[in-house]
Design a protein around this ligand. Structure first.
Ligand SMILES: Nc1ncnc2c1ncn2[C@@H]1O[C@H](COP(=O)(O)OP(=O)(O)OP(=O)(O)O)[C@@H](O)[C@H]1O
Ligand SMILES: [Mg+2]
Length: 266
């Protein structure tokens, strides 16, 4: 039988500082205010799905969190730092602690999976040695192999990336991201360009990483079944604000379905 949790353990996650806290975030493009005051925070160790119609601003929001798109106004507090106030060098350092998984993975196609994963270390290390597989320090190679093993691809390490399937390539991209040793993972439709089974595997893998390592995940997905199965919490974006915030276990499937139908009809 498991030992009862101590009071500290029970209250720990509630007291822990959020990994991410967003206040009054706005972003306007010429002629259009896409984000109109977004507020939410993410505690550590939670997988949160972000849903919303096409064009509702999900990708813009994700990019604003790491200032790949500059917010027009508002505050983003990331890993205890005020992201919006950081000078360029500190911003780069903080970004290195955030792993980002895109729909398109931007791997280097003509080199091996292992070399691609080793590239992930450049966020933490500098110098050309971090770049070239044959020159990479043994510790870096070992860590890259461990990351490939975690995504189930250790046996494909030396194959060229363009000889792997789409799902395997996405997993290599996740292994590369793990080389950053991130505390927060942002994923923009990592399941979108994959067949249903492979997309499901990628979502399941992200969920496992969150569970095993206590990471936090914010993942955009257009697939209702993935959202329900692989998230702890669901945020819905509509009219530039968070219009839905529910624990997944309490989610009303009918209401969610409506959100998704609007998303798919948009
Ligand atoms: N760089 C830009 N310049 C002008 N408008 C932009 C720019 N980036 C995004 N937009 C607009 O902002 C709105 C939100 O786009 P965004 O890509 O964030 O939506 P999304 O919710 O991710 O959509 P999807 O589900 O289709 O991926 C859209 O109307 C889009 O055209
Ligand atoms: Mg998008």
């Amino acid at each position: 039988m498991n030992a009862p949790l101590s009071p500290q353990a029970l209250t720990g996650s509630a007291l822990a500082e959020p990994v991410l806290a967003v206040r009054g975030l706005t972003r306007a493009f010429p002629g259009r205010e896409v984000l109109r005051g977004v507020d939410f925070s993410l505690p550590p160790g939670q997988a949160t799905a972000l849903i919303g119609a096409n064009g509702s601003g999900k990708s813009t929001l994700l990019r604003c969190l790491v200032r790949l798109v500059e917010p027009t106004s508002g505050q983003v507090r990331l890993l205890g730092r005020d992201m919006t106030a950081l000078p360029p060098r500190a911003l780069r350092q903080l970004r290195a602690e955030v792993g980002i998984v895109w729909q398109r993975h931007n791997l280097v196609p003509r080199i091996s999976a292992l070399s691609n994963v080793i590239h992930g270390v450049q966020a933490r290390m500098s110098g050309p040695r971090a770049w070239v597989q044959s020159l990479a320090p043994a510790g870096v190679r070992d860590e890259a192999m461990t990351c490939l093993d975690r995504v189930g691809l250790a046996d494909r390490a030396l194959l060229r990336v363009d000889s792997l399937s789409g799902g395997q390539q996405q997993r290599v991209a996740i292994a590369r991201m793990l080389m950053q040793r991130p505390r927060l993972i942002l994923a923009d439709e990592p399941d979108a360009s994959l067949d249903p089974q492979t997309g499901e595997e990628v979502m399941s893998l992200l969920r496992t990483l969150v569970r095993d390592d206590g990471l936090s995940l914010l993942v955009i997905s257009h697939r209702l079944e993935h959202t329900l199965r692989y998230s702890d919490r669901i945020l819905g974006l509509a009219n530039g604000r968070i219009a839905l915030d529910t624990m997944t276990s309490r989610a009303d499937a009918t209401g969610l379905r409506q959100f998704f139908d609007e998303a798919n009809a948009a």
